[in-house]
Design a protein around this ligand. Structure first.
Ligand code: NAP
Length: 347
């Protein structure tokens, strides 16, 4: 059956697009992704990057407090069973995503647990191929497939994720484990500078570890970082291993020189890996215009249209700058409204 709107992606942008499109009576179908080994390997499991984090303290509407009663009454028992016991304060990333999912379903979004593997753009409608071979035809498609943080791919990095290893200072930097403790930021781009500066609000010291002797970031960001007395650059070193204990998490990072100098070990409670992101747009190559970093181009500033009529983009797959849950959710809303108005005008 032909759909008015197919949404691809199950992060904050996808679910928000689902909520808005369903409330606009567009009966959206949302491909939330598959729980496959391949997606696990690539860090592209359903529910997006928030599903990989712990506490979320910066999403408006979820202040510190005990949400356990609310979660028990608002989520299906089966879905609730996926979540870690919630005996503390505030909301976690996985809980927030489950709540958004429930909200989208409540208004009538139909959810399919498959990946979109291909879009075939057409003159009057587009075909979305799912990983189980089903082809969905849609008047409008909203792509909200997010991005994945690049990792160093060290076993010790994987072992300490969410226990001192993070790829987002804005998401995790204010957690108690980093407060008044030294931390390391890995990377030399604008994200590394920005997050290192952000972390100085909480950490006692921030080591900025870069593999070359010159940062890639814009000079204004580099100057800002280097002028901060809490930031100490560590040039020409790469991470050899992240060290820690089962119970406490990260305690040290072992570094290897890229210039033949002696190895060194830094005492840190956290390692923030900021070596870039990869938007989940591989399946869109040759479909819509992508920029040089493979983010979807939205030619009209402030709008969610892509280079192809009837295909809209929301969230981190089209945003290399803000990359926050709240900005992704907002752009999901915008994409649903843009799609609704475009459909109205066309029909
Ligand atoms: P990026 O510019 O691609 O920088 C990634 C950094 O990580 C580079 O310094 C790179 O080193 C390093 N790196 C990559 N792989 C590594 C590895 N395996 N081990 C160690 N280091 C590694 O990524 P980004 O900083 O996320 O920025 C992405 C885009 O967003 C950029 O266009 C940036 O300007 C933009 N951005 C803008 C702002 C802002 O304007 N406020 C803030 C954030 C991001 P090399 O330099 O040696 O390649």
């Amino acid at each position: 059956m032909k759909r008015q709107v197919v949404i691809i992606g199950s992060g904050p942008a996808g679910w928000t697009a689902g909520i808005y499109a369903a409330r606009a009576s567009l009966q959206p179908l949302l491909l939330e992704g598959a729980l496959s080994a391949e997606n696990q390997e690539k860090n592209t499991l359903p529910m997006g990057q928030l599903a990989l984090t712990t506490e979320v303290e910066n999403y408006p509407g979820f202040p510190t407090g005990d949400l356990s009663q609310y979660l028990q009454t608002s989520l299906d028992a089966e879905r609730l069973a996926y979540l870690a016991p919630h005996a503390k304060k505030g909301v976690t990333g996985p809980e927030l995503m489950e709540l958004m999912r429930q909200q989208a379903i409540h208004f009538g979004t139909e959810v399919i647990s498959e990946d979109a593997v291909k879009i075939e753009p057409g003159e009057t409608s587009h075909k979305v191929h799912a990983s189980d071979g089903t082809v969905y035809e849609a008047d409008a498609v909203i792509v909200a497939t997010g991005a994945r943080a690049n990792w160093l791919n060290l076993p010790s990095e994987a072992a300490f994720k969410n226990r001192g290893v993070s790829a987002c200072a804005v998401c995790d930097g204010a957690l108690p484990r980093f407060r008044n403790q030294p931390v390391a930021v890995i990377g030399g781009g604008d994200s590394a500078m920005e997050d290192a500066i952000y972390l100085t609000h909480f950490a006692s010291k921030v080591y900025l570890v870069h593999r070359r002797n010159e940062f890639r970031a814009s000079s204004i960001m580099v100057q800002k970082a280097l002028n901060n007395p809490k930031i100490e650059p560590v040039y020409s070193y790469v991470v050899k291993e992240i060290l820690g204990e089962e119970k406490t998490g990260v305690t040290q990072v072992a570094l290897q020189s890229t210039q033949g100098e002696a190895d060194k070990t830094l005492d840190v409670s956290g390692v923030f890996v900021l070596i870039g992101h990869t938007p989940n747009t591989d399946f869109l190559q040759d479909v819509v215009e992508l920029d040089s970093h493979r983010y979807i181009v939205r030619p009209q500033p402030g709008r969610t249209m892509t280079s192809v009529e009837g295909i809209f983009a929301a969230g981190d797959c089209a945003d290399s700058i803000y990359r926050q849950a709240v900005t992704a959710a907002a752009s999901g809303c915008m994409a649903a409204i843009d799609a609704e108005r475009w459909l109205l005008k066309r029909n």
